[in-house]
Design a protein around this ligand. Structure first.
Ligand code: 6AU
Length: 234
């Protein structure tokens, strides 16, 4: 983030390999993290991963596969390391829901820790009516504290006083819209950085219809980084 002066993660939710690689190359210079949903790609293959890794080297970003694991430890272990995607081989970080209890972290950790990977827990969500609030969020924070060897942070809208050292990444960020028609709710980069978020996650704001990904990535990078500098001054 310091090297690139960027706290922007791009959520690259497109469904073809060509679009994916094209946008990743365009936004690469402006991001600290590329967030993927590889299971939405129609033509996923090993070649995509090889090319993604090349782009990672070229542009210097970490790869976050937003798999949102949510099963028992034994199952997520396989989902993380095996199957078509072999996520553990190429994703620097992943995320998981806390709903199954500590076993989900223990299972993912067995695979990820030896590979020097990191895990984010979903402590809050951006969508309307979501259930990750109050006591659930509190319990998630406590779970993270018990696994600090592997949990590096949260998906959340704010920083928690009791674990300020853990990274907070925040989705639901837009400079132009306040919601979509399927329950997504947006805040501005300024709002979320003010609340203590470290990294803004932006998807359609960057490559949505009629948008130029380079122009938008620069715009969001500047908005996020300037909000961070302002926060440092105050
Ligand atoms: O900017 P958008 O609305 O186009 O995309 C938001 C991205 C999507 C979601 O899967 C993801 O952020 N997301 C997440 C996570 C973990 O990143 C959690 C959440 O609560 N809400 C959310 O939108 O790729």
């Amino acid at each position: 983030m310091e090297r690139k002066k960027s706290n922007l993660a791009v959520a690259l939710d497109v469904t073809t390999k060509q679009e994916f690689l094209d946008i990743a190359d365009k936004v690469g210079p402006y991001i600290c993290c590329l967030k993927t949903h590889v299971d939405i790609l129609e033509d996923f293959d090993q070649d995509l991963i090889d090319k993604l890794k090349k782009l990672q080297k070229k542009h210097d970003f970490i790869i976050f596969e937003d798999r949102k694991f949510a099963d028992i430890g034994n199952t997520v272990k396989h989902q993380y390391s095996k199957g078509v995607y072999k996520i553990a081989e190429w994703a620097d970080i992943i995320d998981a829901h806390a709903i199954p209890g500590d076993g989900i972290i223990s299972g993912l950790k067995e695979i990820g820790l030896p590979l020097n990977r990191g895990l984010l827990l979903l402590a809050e969500m951006s969508s309307k009516g979501n259930l990750a609030t109050g006591a659930y969020t509190e319990a998630t924070i406590e779970m993270a504290k018990r696994h600090k060897d592997f949990v590096i942070g949260f998906i959340s809208g704010k920083k928690y006083n009791s674990c300020e050292e853990l990274i907070v990444m925040t989705p639901g960020v837009s400079l132009d819209n306040s919601n979509d028609d399927l329950g997504q709710q947006y805040k501005t980069p300024g709002n979320v950085i003010e609340n203590g978020s470290d990294i803004i996650i932006v998807g359609r704001g960057i490559y949505g219809k009629g948008k130029d990904p380079v122009v938008e990535a620069q715009r969001y990078r500047n908005a996020g980084w300037n909000a961070y500098l302002e926060k440092l001054e105050n």
